[in-house]
Design a protein around this ligand. Structure first.
Ligand code: DSN
Length: 411
């Protein structure tokens, strides 16, 4: 509780009310436990800890070393790997540091195009990753929305990238790690997987671990389906790469790690190691499949026709004849928090694209099951059929609030 700054206290209270009363359907968000939040809001934020456990540049590291070692050990157990760097401040720094570790400036990376579901840091044009390294991009098949591995191979053989990056921000199907690895091996490229969106599923065995297919490095955020604090994580099984990664994170790219965040990661990893977390991640996928099916039954065009993870991407332009910007706004006015998103073959600007991206991780944390997600599909359909009708939006907002009341935040 904020005691001495009423303006900030008011902001925080209002955000808490927003989170309580709205359905969080943004695919990259989740609700953390009270223990994670306690660590984040703790006095560990006071401490500078440049370096690594046992080799720091400042005094007073007895307990920060314990915190970081705990996070490392738990991360290794969770992802069944030999080395973990828990210091990246978030996903973009984790990706940048990994590229810095593996490549020299001017070498070439090959990642999924942003407009096809990739991430900015996978070599997309506005990102610094395409300034420091040459970048070539692959996309998905225009008809199916899926990666065509024959096309991927052709691009790789022609462009000969030094590193192939597999991963996404807006793609609802599983990637074939084995094929990525075979293609990369055939041209002598490094393999890097960004599992930021699906880390919770990889940790619990719902989806395959790229490291089990010989990927060189895996990066992830810790806050999406993994349900930890905002943060990044880098994993590998190669000792030589782990040394390069550590050097690239600090002193290469970052300064002092945020030790409050490192302890919060340790707590979240432990939560994810519990059997209940596996039950949770299974339910997240079931819920996403229910949501996709229900929307499909209502005539909505679902990209890739379904989902293997927590993401449901749909074409609001073809389904409701409104752009993503207007759709996102109308949904927000009705208490449904989503984000506008480009879809494969996008013809419009990213500020007003054709799609909406949904995710089921957050509301599953609040106890939503298939029945609630059937209702979510109905509500979305009603909103997007009446995006300019304030009475409809108000009624739905009240209904959303009433349902949310039955499903409080974790704490
Ligand atoms: N912003 C994240 C997402 O929404 O997927 C990725 O960085």
């Amino acid at each position: 509780m904020i005691k001495y700054d009423p303006i900030s206290a008011e902001i925080l209270k209002n955000e808490e009310l927003r989170q309580l009363n709205e359905m969080e359907l943004i695919a990259s968000e989740n609700y953390t436990s009270i223990d994670v939040q306690t660590a984040l809001g703790s006095i560990l934020t006071n401490k500078y800890s440049e370096g690594y456990p046992g080799k720091r540049y400042y005094a007073g590291q007895e307990f920060t070393d314990q915190a970081e070692n705990l996070a490392i050990e738990r991360a290794k157990r969770l992802f069944n790997c030999k080395f973990a760097n828990v210091q990246p401040l978030s996903g973009a720094p984790a990706n940048f540091a990994t590229l810095l570790a593996l490549l020299k400036p001017g070498q070439k990376i090959m990642g999924m195009s942003l407009s096809h579901g990739g991430h900015l840091t996978h070599g997309s044009e506005p990102s610094f990753t395409s300034t420091v390294w040459k970048s070539v991009q692959y996309g998905v098949d225009p008809e199916t929305g899926l990666i065509n591995y024959d096309d991927l191979k052709k691009i790789a053989e022609k462009e000969k990238p030094d590193l192939i990056l597999a991963g996404f921000s807006a793609h609802s199907r599983s990637l074939d790690w084995k094929k990525f690895k075979e293609i990369a091996d055939s041209i002598g490229a490094y393999t890097m997987a960004d599992i930021a969106h699906i880390a919770g599923f990889v940790a619990t065995g719902q989806l395959e671990n790229p490291l089990d297919h010989g990927f060189d490095v895996v990066t992830t955020t810790t806050h999406k389906t993994l349900r930890g604090p905002r943060g990044g994580l880098i994993l590998t099984n190669h000792e030589d790469l782990s040394k390069k990664i550590n050097f690239a994170v600090f002193p290469g790219f970052q300064g002092g790690p945020h030790m409050n965040n490192v302890l919060a990661k340790a707590i979240a990893f432990n939560e994810a190691l519990q059997p209940e977390f596996k039950t949770y991640t299974k339910q997240v996928i079931k819920n996403a499949q229910t949501l996709a099916n229900e929307l499909k039954n209502l005539g909505v065009e679902i990209i890739t026709d379904g989902t293997d993870n927590h993401i449901v991407l749909f074409n609001c332009l073809s389904s409701f004849n409104i752009g993503g910007k207007q759709a996102q706004l109308a949904l927000e006015q009705a208490g449904l928090s989503t984000n506008k998103n480009t879809i494969p073959n996008e013809t419009r600007s990213p500020f007003d694209p054709s799609g909406i991206r949904l995710g089921t991780a957050a509301m599953t944390t609040r106890g939503f099951k298939e029945a609630e997600f059937k209702k979510v599909a109905e509500l979305i359909d009603q909103v997007l059929k009446n995006p300019e009708n304030p009475d409809v939006l108000d009624n739905i907002k009240n209904e959303v609030k009433a349902i949310c009341k039955l499903h409080p935040l974790p704490h």
